[in-house]
Design a protein around this ligand. Structure first.
Ligand code: BEZ
Ligand code: FE
Length: 311
């Protein structure tokens, strides 16, 4: 019998009994009239899915559990919460799709996951502003330049930033804070520089009260993400960059629940004293500083999809 496309070598022939072999072939050929890309995607999906079922010898009980899990994922998903994307994040699919889409020159800043806590329409603030509407943790001066891959400054680029506070929460998760807390949009100055006061981010847990959380628990995985600040950088004529600044001393850098850490995104948060002459106005007591240049690649500025958030 002819092997269906996607089954390679003798291994498939050895382990795939004839009836399953035929089922796969039948389903794949049922897509023969589909548009080319859809046919390619659906055929590969069915081949891999069938191969998976055969490889693990999926039992009817396990099949029922899988259906229950998908049903629970749909049930918990609302406009505020996207459990399907959380699955994609927690299984590393989001980072894989991102890696395929962003094959960038080495000098460019690497991208990473958008995450569910991005809310479009953050307030526009001036250079040097404090993004915390109320005390939220250890003050941190975040600054740098937005540059081209040739090292030239990009003036007028927009930085959209959001982060959590010392209580682990993003504003969108915390009914006790104003909705514009710890989020803002800034525009780079003529020399490409930006600067704002945030707080030192802390590690936090991805939402784990749903099916993804049950998977993490059942498999002995933890839900923690290492401390980070989110940024989207937009500039006309450049590819929009969605990325993080990770605290290089944070816990969980080696076991991020969503596999989104890239070594090039680690930055040192430097402890500074209150009498440091560089202390930005409005900061009293100890503070931190972190420097982070962002390098954009020429291309089309596209908005990251607002994938739905998990409140
Ligand atoms: C976040 O960094 O905000 C995030 C990313 C993926 C899943 C959950 C949270
Ligand atoms: Fe985050």
């Amino acid at each position: 019998m002819r092997e269906p496309p996607g089954y390679r070598g003798t291994l498939a022939a050895e382990i795939v009994p004839t009836p399953q072999h035929r089922i796969t072939e039948q389903v794949v050929s049922s897509f023969s009239d589909a548009p080319p890309r859809l046919r390619e995607v659906m055929s590969a999906l069915v081949e891999h899915l069938h191969r998976f079922v055969v490889d693990v010898r999926l039992t009817p009980g396990e099949w029922r559990e899988a259906i229950a899990l998908l049903t629970a994922t749909g049930d918990i998903t609302t406009e505020e919460r996207q459990e399907f994307i959380l699955w994609s994040d927690a299984l590393g699919v989001s980072m894989l799709v991102d890696a395929l889409e962003h094959e960038l020159p080495q000098s460019a800043t690497e991208s990473t996951v958008l995450g569910p806590f991005f809310v479009p329409g953050s307030p526009v603030r001036e250079y040097g502003a404090n993004i915390a509407s109320q005390p939220a943790g250890e003050p941190t001066w975040v600054s740098g330049r937005v540059l081209t891959t040739d090292g030239d400054p990009i003036a007028g680029a927009e930085l959209d930033v959001w982060q959590n506070g010392a209580n682990e929460l993003y504003a969108v998760q915390d009914p006790g804070v104003p909705e514009d807390h710890l989020r803002a949009r800034f525009t780079t100055r003529g020399d490409g520089t930006y600067g704002f006061i945030g707080v030192r981010p802390v590690p936090y847990r991805i939402p784990s009260d749903g099916p993804v959380g049950r998977m993490l628990q059942a498999t002995g995985r933890h839900p923690w993400r290492p401390a980070h600040i989110h940024l989207i950088v937009r500039a006309p004529g450049y590819r929009t960059l969605t990325t993080h600044i990770f605290d290089s001393t944070s816990d969980h850098l080696d076991s991020d629940a969503v596999f989104a850490v890239k070594p090039s995104l680690l930055r040192e948060f430097v402890r500074r004293s209150p009498d440091d002459p560089e202390a930005p106005p409005g900061i009293a007591g100890d503070w931190y500083s972190v420097e982070n240049d962002l390098v954009l690649v020429a291309g089309t500025a596209e908005e990251p999809v607002d994938d739905g958030r998990t409140a």
